[in-house]
Ligand binder design. Sequence first.
Ligand SMILES: [Zn+2]
Length: 390
Amino acid sequence: MLGSMSVFFMSCYKLPKAITHKLLCFQRDFWWNHSETDSKMVFLAWSHICKPKDMGGLGFKDPEKVNNAFLAKVAWRFLTNKDSFWNLFYPHEFAAILKIRLPAAPAPDKLLWLKTKTGEFSIKSVYRSITQAEPSSSGLVEDNFDWSKFWKIRGISPRVHLFLWRLLHNALALKANISKHTSHTDSTCLFCFSHEETADHLFLHCFVVKQIWFSSPIGLCIDTPDLPYTLVGLFNFWLASSEATEVFKLGCALVWCIWKARNQALFDNIAVQIDEVVKAASSLYIEHSSTTTLATRSVSSFTSQQSSSNWIPPPLGSIKINVDGATLDCSIAAGIVARNSTGDFLEGHCFFDEEWLGVNGAIKVEARAFLKGLELAQALQTPSLILEEV
Ligand SMILES: [Zn+2]
């Protein structure tokens, strides 16, 4: 309502900066859910949020820029009116124009607007070019991220889609981000209590989260020495491959459920349960996927080729179970994944014990991972089995 009222005035007059700023504050406070008395932290510049969606923003309109775009239309009308057009030039410019060689076949003069493909003027193209000129202020994301494709992916809950957008812009209330604004803030990860809670740590490199990725249907092993994973790199990679759309969607569900588990640890003091996070993410993915059976197959066949490049499938009729364990201080964790000869995911399990009090953790956790692998093999009742460490 406020927008449509102001549009009329914007199309005729240059609004004072105080007015356009007030309009912008209304929008901004509504989006960040601020009241006039609030002074909440924000982690992303409003100018970035106002960028078009395919440029990494959310397409909010900056009132001052909209006003300028409307006024550009008035100027364009003036220019394209033949009588007023010639009044714009000084006599020497006018003479220079008359000296321009004309084409052999006569054609009427026409002003072309170079910001659109058709040469026709559009307010949208003015707004876009004003916004494009501004430097990017986002946190994690790279300039070459395909935002257009990002928003076109279907089968993701809108809330999760928006969450991933915020995550990729490093605009979440992560402890590392909060500590940039306030001093004396504890920024330790709530899962491992040994690293700073940054986006890449909490969602990828934390040893608890590594187990989540590994035991998920994606079966992603983060510890590949020659391939340093980053959140943006990973999602960009999946986005770029047309075969990895389902992996991208499951990845969205996983980061969303990791975030929920982290918030439960922070606000309700509930310890993370790796199994529960993987189950919740799988349910969320299935809930929003219209082609579940097909999707699950394509997730496993894609990941078995891409994320474990050295993984060799077992012979026909056999099952291969991969196990991996990790330990840190008094916590141990392990993941177990079973796949068939075509690389399809059959079943996965994991365990996590944060109050483990033994010694030689590295050896013990591997042994427990193998034991879990054997239990899974027994449950699958396979006649031929290969059990290997990742
Ligand atoms: Zn951690």
